[in-house]
Ligand binder design. Sequence first.
Ligand SMILES: NC(=O)c1ccc[n+]([C@@H]2O[C@H](COP(=O)([O-])OP(=O)(O)OC[C@H]3O[C@@H](n4cnc5c(N)ncnc54)[C@H](OP(=O)(O)O)[C@@H]3O)[C@@H](O)[C@H]2O)c1
Length: 307
Amino acid sequence: MKKNLKEKKLNRLGFGSWQLGNTDFWGYMSIDEGIELVRIAIKKGINFFDTAPGYAAGLSESIIGSAINDQRENVFISTKFGHTADGETDFSVFSLKEQIYDSLERLETDYLDSLLLHNPGMDILEGNTYHFEELEKLKEEGLIKAYGVSIDTFEEFRTVLDHVNVDFVEILFNIFFQDASELFEEAHQKGIKIIVKVPLDSGWLTGKYDEFSEFEGIRSRWDDETIQRRAALVREIKDITGAEVLTKYAIGFVLSYPEVTVVIPGIKNLDQLNDHIENSTYILSSEIKQKFIELYQTKIKDNPLPW
Ligand SMILES: NC(=O)c1ccc[n+]([C@@H]2O[C@H](COP(=O)([O-])OP(=O)(O)OC[C@H]3O[C@@H](n4cnc5c(N)ncnc54)[C@H](OP(=O)(O)O)[C@@H]3O)[C@@H](O)[C@H]2O)c1
């Protein structure tokens, strides 16, 4: 018997799966290592997996599919639509079903717990297309249990709240990108569940990088000035917390917002998984939270960092 959304009680610590098998973007990870990582995560109580067809050209979904086995009913799989495993961008409403079937095959399942439109354009977010009607039909058919959007900015979030009905919003939110929190309560009132992506600012908010760090893969996008600025901000966070390792403060900050349903740090290995599990009971004090908010308001808000 398939469980519905309410029956699958989500652990607030989820698993960001962009890194699974994604050697080009995030450094080497074999398929077997990925499968093992997902299996151990499930054993340790993580039950929400965020993935997408475009992650590692379909490998992220396949790794999850191989790892899940008899655990399907205990696990919540959220994948995306719009960027295919072949590297194409295709938001055509007519290809929705085909793309979903491709994902189901890789995930070795016959339904998705959630399908998110993967950074769709404003036209879709404004409700000017048939996407959400079609998604509603697919929900009635049972192919998907829920749907929503994965977006980056306050403006996109505002547009979604004003124009469309969705079950989930996945939003970029962390100590360096705080604008979205203004909309959390409104989203919650509308019954929207919030997934927070990039909670560690792609690794910076762990505290392990500084102005001398060099980056490859997807993180080679940062220029020197951006790296210097992030490094200086990380130093300020170390001063606020009195700690060198910041991961628990960064995740704790996100989870200090009660409207957040699940946070999905990208996890690359067992050490990182164990670290998140160990810290999952940590509660950020309101004093430190307030200082993170002040840091954002005074040093970042008027001059936002590039992602
Ligand atoms: N458009 C979209 O829909 C979209 C965009 C971005 C992300 N996402 C989703 O959100 C998830 C999270 O975002 P993200 O992965 O980009 O950024 P993130 O979670 O902020 O950072 C992930 C990186 O931080 C480092 N890290 C993670 N846990 C750690 C730990 N305990 N200790 C030390 N380092 C740790 C790892 O990299 P290193 O060890 O190499 O530093 C990891 O690759 C993704 O996996 C994906 O599922 C979705």
